[in-house]
Design a binder for this molecule. Sequence first.
Ligand SMILES: Nc1ncnc2c1ncn2[C@@H]1O[C@H](COP(=O)(O)OP(=O)(O)O)[C@@H](O)[C@H]1O
Ligand SMILES: [Mg+2]
Ligand SMILES: [Zn+2]
Length: 427
Amino acid sequence: MRYSSSYIPTLKESPADAEVVSHKLLLRAGMVRQLTSGVYTYLPLGLKVINKIADVVRTEMNNAGFQELLMPAVQPADLWRETGRWEHYGKELLRFQDRNERDCCLGPTHEEVITNLVRGEVRSYRQLPVRLYQIQTKFRDEIRPRFGLMRGREFIMKDGYSFDADMAGAEKSYRSMYDAYMKIFCRLGLKFRAVEADNGSIGGKFSHEFMVLADTGEDTIVVCSHCDYAANVEVAQSAVSDATCPRCKNTLALTRGIEVGHVFMLDKKYSEPMRAIFLDEDGKERVMVMGCYGIGVSRVAAAALEQNHDENGCIFPPQIAPFECALLNLDLRNTSVNEKTEEIYALLQKSGVDVLLDDREERPGSKFKDADLLGIPMQLMLGGRSVARGVVECKDRRSGERSEFGLENFAADFSKWAATVRDGWSL
Ligand SMILES: Nc1ncnc2c1ncn2[C@@H]1O[C@H](COP(=O)(O)OP(=O)(O)O)[C@@H](O)[C@H]1O
Ligand SMILES: [Mg+2]
Ligand SMILES: [Zn+2]
């Protein structure tokens, strides 16, 4: 994409109403704008980041044998009355009536809707397990929407659901989601821990939360200095008091995290009251065993920035960056610079690199600043002097390391350098 014809409304100043760094940077980098409290427009670059996160999530969900569907945002109250949640969910559930005065709500989650779907279709143990997910906009009328995409009222979630014939099957579904989440957050380039959690309002038997480690996280977790043990402070009370890891007896440390994913074993919490039943091998009626699995897709974008930023702006992991590579033309009046830049631009595009060509009438200084602010992991710079010397300068956004390589052998040298940048993210 050419910067000169893009809509990237960056801001010079840090917006006063933004408290946390991810919110500030998403605004400054021209990625989101608030419409009203807790409700945001994703601008083109913000949407690119969200879509890249969603692509990774989608691929691993599909690999785990879950199928994508898309459920409605508007849900009838009657389903929520069946599970008792119409009474219990509280004010986070945004309720309204349609023209026929039927009670409705905007979906904060979809257990009722999916259970209603599956109970109407699945009759026999032969049709189980059923494993489905969607990537969809949720609405929760949060009491204190804050921190931008971190805690919105409207936000994008991946929510998956499994229906099994028995607990052994449900545990397999749960395990496959746990494993898929490990892959997803690794592929997203994030430092994270899976922690044993309490169940919150969704209830059920057990659950794990996936926490992106960041000092600004709202949750406190204990992590082992030695193994990968991690737990929510409430769950780990006893372990915390003697400060040793229950698994390996090494020391525990308190750290902060942002919950980006949550897997729940629901058991029959919804299938029992909603009568999601099937006939087993002996023709006996039995209740399905469910699990549900959420990832806060839009929150992941914010969490990635809480974990990765500096005073110059965003530092995005390459696979979720708005662009993988920035190509800065530092001298628009120099014919050989223009020619070389266009040549490299075409070549990068041809080899599938997501590249932003900065062809604006701007001083080099503002091009450097904007490439950094947007958090583009690989930056290439072509000016009169470097082109005359037959080289291109490059900068790794994260380490700040600069180097150069010859224009002659550009394709090979670029892919070698790109590999070292990715290695820095241990991808
Ligand atoms: N208000 C919100 N804004 C952005 N993301 C959210 C919000 N609430 C939940 N999420 C994301 O959706 C995932 C699944 O939600 P869930 O565990 O049901 O919510 P909660 O932990 O708030 O009870 C969470 O792990 C989180 O990443
Ligand atoms: Mg949760
Ligand atoms: Zn340990």
